[in-house]
Design a protein around this ligand. Structure first.
Ligand code: GLU
Length: 509
């Protein structure tokens, strides 16, 4: 490796919300940059105006921010940096000149074939079962600057006739490429078509813009999804055609993320179908369409990032829980595999549960406070903190810190009929009345003290401990679940405890 500063980029197209596979690509780029003291750039590849989605760019930046993936340069960085602009739509003119350079060096040519003519050729190709490809064979018979005279080309351009610029793929060359993850990749240029580099709407295609930007932005390593592996030969040939081969970045194509069951790539629609989020944040599209995000579903960014890091990268040890800094320390491209890795929603929940345990009660309280407020409850942060400490062990999602603990904040609105049927009978109300009187007379309302006192009462009166406790819990919580009974008493206090028991006596008959 040269001692050039490492520079990597995440280069999404703003065509919709960022899929978790995209976040993983960003994460691997980020980890690699941090590990080697390099730069992590965000570039927006918005050359395809037909697929442009307005909120997508902002969504991408917000998603990376939520994950703790900080952007050094480009969109989302302040200031953006010296290699900008970082949106391809704002770099249009640059690409045109590079496309002309390729024509000048005979590596590209003008093509005037109309969309109708090409559609017809494709149709004929389908009928004769010989698919039409614009390549070294067919280009000799088509309407382009390889077949037209120089004069005619100049005339057509002067007449503002629409044209595209195509790459002139070399004929029949065996080429060997190197991918850091897949190692040697072989192909013959015969297999490739003359891709359009520059479109008639004055925009470059992805291929031209991507290569020009990686080169002009000093990118040293391209780390991207496997779906781009098939573009690598063209990209490498473009570097050669431009005479930039010595500065060509190293390529790594990350393995696919597969569906939890069966085969195939995890798609944007799988979340809805299979009931788990595939996006980092909630998404609301231009037409009001929505998709669920990890954040709003109650996941911690640490858990999401931890889970993503292990999709395709193997730390080589038993360790499963990693902080971002630990990931940076441990990460290497050598330990990224070729095979696709199955996404496991259950394991993802496990990561979240683990990460909730690692958070301080104060951090958890701050996360759950807005949910509690939304329920119309105004509880002091210190109180929420205490509750979090008592229930976090069983919480899988942030909202569990409310859902599984709401009895700490409000009286039950109903009582579990199954518990009533099993435990409640006419002997219970007088017993609970008695217990209320005992509670009323206590000067200390500490859990341990209350437990001793009530147990003593039950013992002295030869009552059924299980039954009385169940009925007390039913009165306070509404079900048979929840934290230690007398801890709840202590937390909600004497007045509230007695009020809830009295209410239960009245309601349950
Ligand atoms: N714009 C491409 C995408 O949407 C970037 C691929 C690359 O990283 O070269 O993923």
């Amino acid at each position: 490796m040269t001692n050039k500063k490492i520079r990597v980029r995440f280069a999404p197209s703003p065509t919709g919300p960022l899929h978790m596979g995209g976040v993983r690509t960003a994460l691997f780029n980020y980890l690699f940059a941090r590990k080697h003291g390099g730069d992590f750039l965000l570039r927006i590849e918005d050359t395809d105006q037909t697929r442009f989605v307005k909120n997508a760019e902002q969504y991408i930046v917000q998603s990376l921010t939520w994950c703790g993936i900080t952007i050094d340069e480009g969109i989302g960085a302040e200031p953006q940096g010296e290699y900008g602009p970082y949106r391809q739509s704002e770099r249009k003119n640059l690409y045109r000149n590079f496309a002309y350079d390729l024509i000048a060096s005979s590596n590209a040519y003008y093509a005037f074939d109309t969309p109708e003519e090409l559609a017809k050729l494709r149709e004929q190709g389908e009928l004769s079962k010989q698919p039409f490809v614009y390549n070294y064979l067919t280009r000799k018979n088509l309407c382009n600057s390889l077949t037209l005279s120089e004069q005619e080309v100049a005339q057509r351009i002067a007449n503002n006739e629409p044209y595209v610029i195509r790459f002139k793929m070399p004929e029949n060359q065996d080429i060997q490429l190197f991918d850091e993850i897949r190692k040697e990749v072989h192909f013959n240029t015969k297999e490739l078509d003359d891709k359009v580099l520059y479109k008639s709407d004055g925009m470059p295609t992805y291929h031209l813009a991507n290569v020009v930007d990686d080169y002009t932005m000093g990118i040293t390593h391209v780390i991207r999804g496997e779906e781009w592996l098939s573009s690598m030969p063209l990209h490498v040939l473009l570097y050669r055609a431009f005479g930039w081969e010595t500065d060509m970045p190293k390529f790594s194509h990350l393995p696919l993320i597969l569906k939890p069951q069966g085969q195939g790539k995890l798609s944007k629609r799988d979340g809805d179908k299979l009931g788990f989020p595939v996006f980092p944040l909630n998404w609301v599209g231009d037409e009001g369409e929505t998709a669920a995000g990890y954040k709003e579903s109650g996941y911690l960014p640490e858990a999401f990032v931890n889970m993503l890091a292990l999709l395709g990268w193997n730390p080589g040890t038993e360790q499963e829980i990693f902080t971002m800094n630990e990931l940076i320390d441990a990460f290497s491209l050598e330990r990224v595999g070729k095979a696709g890795s199955k996404f496991d929603p259950e394991k993802t929940k496990w990561f979240n549960q683990q990460w909730i345990q690692r958070k301080s009660n104060n951090e958890l309280a701050l996360l759950v406070e807005p949910i509690i407020k939304q329920e119309g409850i105004d509880a002091p942060l210190a109180y929420i903190e205490k509750v979090c400490g008592m229930v976090k062990e069983r919480a899988v999602f942030i909202q569990d810190l409310w859902l599984q603990a709401n009895y700490f904040y409000k009286a039950p609105e109903s009582y579990d009929p199954k518990v009533i049927e099993k435990r409640w009978n006419s002997s219970i109300p007088p017993i609970l009345q008695e217990i209320c009187s005992i509670l009323e007379s206590q000067t200390s309302f500490e859990s341990i003290h209350l437990e001793e006192t009530i147990k003593q009462y039950i013992h002295d009166n030869q009552l059924n401990m299980g039954q009385v406790f169940n009925c007390l819990r039913l009165s306070i919580v509404g079900t048979s679940a929840g934290a230690h009974l007398f801890d709840i008493f202590e937390m909600i206090g004497k007045q509230e405890t007695i009020t809830r028991i009295q209410k239960a006596i009245q309601v349950i008959q």
